[in-house]
Design a protein around this ligand. Structure first.
Ligand SMILES: [Zn+2]
Length: 232
């Protein structure tokens, strides 16, 4: 372990968390499907420790665009989306992605225990230009260089990981064309959230919501390998 990760400090708690399995179900996104007004609202809440070493690479200094700026201005929550189902009914789809600063790792952990659908955002020095989504611990980790500042039209790595948090797979893991090209879930240098990938995730949600007669259905979204669950 020490050979593989020579630079680990005590701040890199995201890597060193062998006993931290707060929520084995990996409950991540929270969805309300309202069949009365044909709306689908998807919420993802991310808690982070504002004092964690390196976190400013993600949340920014106010001068340069940060991962959070990109995720809010160009990511899933930047606009309302439309989804046309097999009955030709059109749903309005909106995202509410929120970033909630805490003062310590302990406060973040406390919020995760109080908010079973909350997630954690942290910096991991070992990730470089990439990011990582860990469903079991509800954690998004990003590296120093994950803001691709030469591509300011790019939604960024954080948006990609948020896609995983509400159930989207990587574009390469589904048959070609299903989620479109150059979307947030692709690995292209220029990627923007597109209708096709939003639609891919929304269809999974509606398939589950339509298994009940309920008119307003709350769902927990897990990772792409798990079926969304109805909240009783
Ligand atoms: Zn991915």
């Amino acid at each position: 372990m020490s050979d593989k990760y020579p630079n680990i400090s005590s701040y890199n708690y995201c890597l060193w968390n062998p006993i931290r399995v707060v929520d084995p179900d990996g409950r991540d996104g929270e969805v309300v499907v309202n069949k009365n007004d044909m709306t689908i609202s998807i919420a993802v809440r991310l808690y982070y420790n504002r004092n964690q070493s390196g976190i400013r690479n993600i949340v920014g200094t106010g001068e340069d665009p940060s991962q959070i700026d990109l995720a809010l201005q160009k990511g899933f929550s930047s606009r309302e989306w439309g989804y046309t189902d097999e009955n030709n009914d059109v749903w309005k789809v909106s995202f509410d992605v929120s970033f909630i600063p805490q003062n310590s790792d302990g406060e973040v952990e406390k919020m995760l225990s109080l908010d079973p659908m909350g997630n954690k955002l942290c910096y991991d020095v070992n990730l470089g230009a990439s990011g990582h989504w860990e469903s079991a611990s509800r954690t998004i980790s990003l590296g120093t260089k994950s803001v691709i500042d030469v591509y300011l039209d790019d939604v960024g790595t954080l948006t990609h990981e948020i896609g995983h948090a509400w159930g989207l797979p990587d574009a390469k893991d589904v048959s070609e064309g299903v989620m479109g090209s150059n979307g947030a879930m692709s690995y292209n240098s220029c990627r923007r959230v597109n209708e096709k990938e939003v639609g891919y995730g929304v269809r999974r949600l509606l398939d589950v919501a339509n298994t009940t007669e309920g008119r307003v259905v709350r769902l927990h979204v897990h990772n792409s390998a798990q079926t969304p669950q109805i909240v009783e």
